[in-house]
Write a protein that binds this ligand. Structure first.
Ligand code: PHE
Length: 486
């Protein structure tokens, strides 16, 4: 008879008598699924019988799970008292809830004596730290539910008393050998088929005398559904839906841009530190773009040098076309916004974009050299700063952050400018910049009504929503984690 290595393991385990699936899994060192599947195969080959009865099983609730991992509060308290000496209950390194129940348990397990003092009860360790039956049981229950019949009575009573036990009805399965199975010559299994080719088998040459298991293509396997959307994709979809509902249209742009559109058109001075090599990724191929739009070039040049037709004095220094023509990876999505405005100057305008941007940041838990910005503008004659705050608050509210505040900030292209922060737990986190475009930005494109603009970070928001402390998690292909975040 052809038996797979897993089937052989189960058959061997069953030589000692009837076993539950979890016992069989322990004895054979196989996972639960593999154990079940091997047992079913053995049943179909007539060697194993599987009896099924519905039975009561016990497991533990969340509190129990916490204690299984950290230790029961009285255990932690007793250990602490034995190390640091007498103390009142308030001093114990426990949660407030744990403190409420711990004294009773410490006493009951004979871990402490109590002494009344003027300031209250004092706990004096007895020196006894003996394990009580509830402790090993808690650990077992944390691994697997245990059938009613198999549970240790004493430990169970203790855990049940403090409401850590959950009861459920499950199918209780037992594996045992059939008559045929008992007769089966276990010795002949010593040379069981090889299911896995190991380096040792190849190096030693022993593969020559071995029989290999054949693939069985008709084996039933449970389908595994592992396709899932990345959380950033899901958040992007959510953001799109929100802006579309708020009457915005989506725009897109390219990653490779000229400094002219990324910076000069936004009135970022040519000696601005953000332009430097350590902050911006410049391209070597192409190293530059020829910008042919003479008219726009001259308007922007004039704005930078002396303010041009606006009331501004500009930056007051010579403007270089070479610097403006450098090719780079866009450092913000505001470049897409200004390009859009250069072609659409008629209000009303409400557009947004969600896109990747690039900055030469050192990689750490809160910084990435590539990240995503959520950018948008509103161009309307009546638009004002209050409206900008209102729109951003509404956006964050819809994303699940009801508490938003703004702080004054500076960007070369907006006035007034602000930073938006959302509240998470006890702290405020900066999520993006915004403001109203300065005349130096809008004038060359003939826009004469207010442009409310913002650029918000997506990854930071995702960190808050997912409760992660390290931004790099978002770009690791850790499938298990990604699955859990769904
Ligand atoms: N571009 C800015 C940044 O990258 C954000 C911003 C966009 C600020 C629009 C004001 C207006 O941080």
């Amino acid at each position: 008879m052809d038996l797979s290595p897993n089937e052989v393991k189960i058959l061997k385990a069953l030589q000692s008598g009837t076993l539950s699936p979890s016992e069989a899994s322990m004895a054979s060192d196989l996972g639960e699924k593999e154990t079940m599947s091997a047992a079913s195969w053995l049943r179909s080959k007539g060697l194993v019988e599987i009896s099924e009865k519905s039975a009561v099983f016990y497991s533990i609730n969340n509190e129990g799970r916490k204690y299984a991992e950290e230790g029961l509060p009285e255990r932690r308290a007793a250990e602490w008292l034995n190390q640091f000496g007498d103390a009142p209950v308030e001093d114990l390194p426990l949660d407030e809830d744990e403190k409420k129940v711990v004294v009773g348990w410490l006493k009951r397990k004979n871990f402490v004596e109590l002494e009344k003092t003027e300031t209250g009860l004092k706990l004096i360790p007895t020196g006894n730290l003996d394990e009580t039956p509830d402790e090993p049981l808690l650990v077992l229950l944390n691994r697997n539910p245990i059938p009613e019949k198999e549970i240790g009575k004493e430990g169970f009573a203790l855990l049940k008393g403090r409401q850590l036990i959950e009861t459920k009805e499950e199918v209780d399965r037992k594996f045992s050998l059939t008559v045929e199975g008992k007769k089966f010559d276990i010795k002949s299994l010593e040379d069981a088929l090889v299911g896995e080719l190991t380096p040792e088998i190849i190096q030693s040459g022993s593969w020559k005398d071995k029989d290999f298991q054949k693939y069985r293509l008709d084996t039933h396997a449970e389908p595994i559904d592992h396709a899932t959307l990345h959380p950033l994709t899901r958040f992007t979809e959510e953001i799109r839906a929100i802006f579309l509902q708020m009457g915005f249209t989506e725009i897109e742009g390219d990653y490779v841009e000229s400094a002219f559109w990324n910076m000069d058109a936004l009135f970022i001075p040519q000696d601005h530190p953000a332009r430097e090599l350590q902050d911006t990724f410049y391209l070597s191929e192409p190293a530059s773009f020829v910008i042919n739009d003479k008219e726009t070039l001259n308007l922007v040049k004039a704005i930078h040098e002396d303010g041009g037709e606006t009331e501004s004095t500009g930056w007051g220094s010579d403007w270089s076309r070479e610097i403006a023509q450098q090719a780079l990876l866009r450092t913000h999505t505001t470049v897409g916004t200004i390009r859009y405005l250069s072609e659409h100057s008629e209000p009303p305008i409400r557009v947004f974009s969600v896109g990747r941007v690039f900055r030469r940041e050192a990689l750490d838990a809160t910084h990435l050299p590539e990240f995503t910005q959520v950018e948008g503008i509103i161009v309307e004659p009546e638009a004002n700063f209050g409206m900008l705050i209102g729109v951003l608050k509404e956006f964050y509210r819809r994303m699940g952050f009801p508490d938003v505040r703004v702080r004054p900030a500076y960007f070369p292209y907006t006035e007034p400018s602000m930073e938006v922060e959302v509240k998470f737990g006890d702290s405020w986190l900066e999520l993006g910049g915004s403001g109203i475009f300065r005349p130096e930005v809008t004038a060359p494109f003939g826009i004469d009504c207010p442009v409310l603009a913002w650029g918000l970070g997506l990854e930071r928001l995702a960190m808050l929503r997912l409760g992660i402390k390290d931004i790099r998690m978002l770009y690791q292909s850790d499938l298990q984690w990604l699955k859990e975040t769904v």
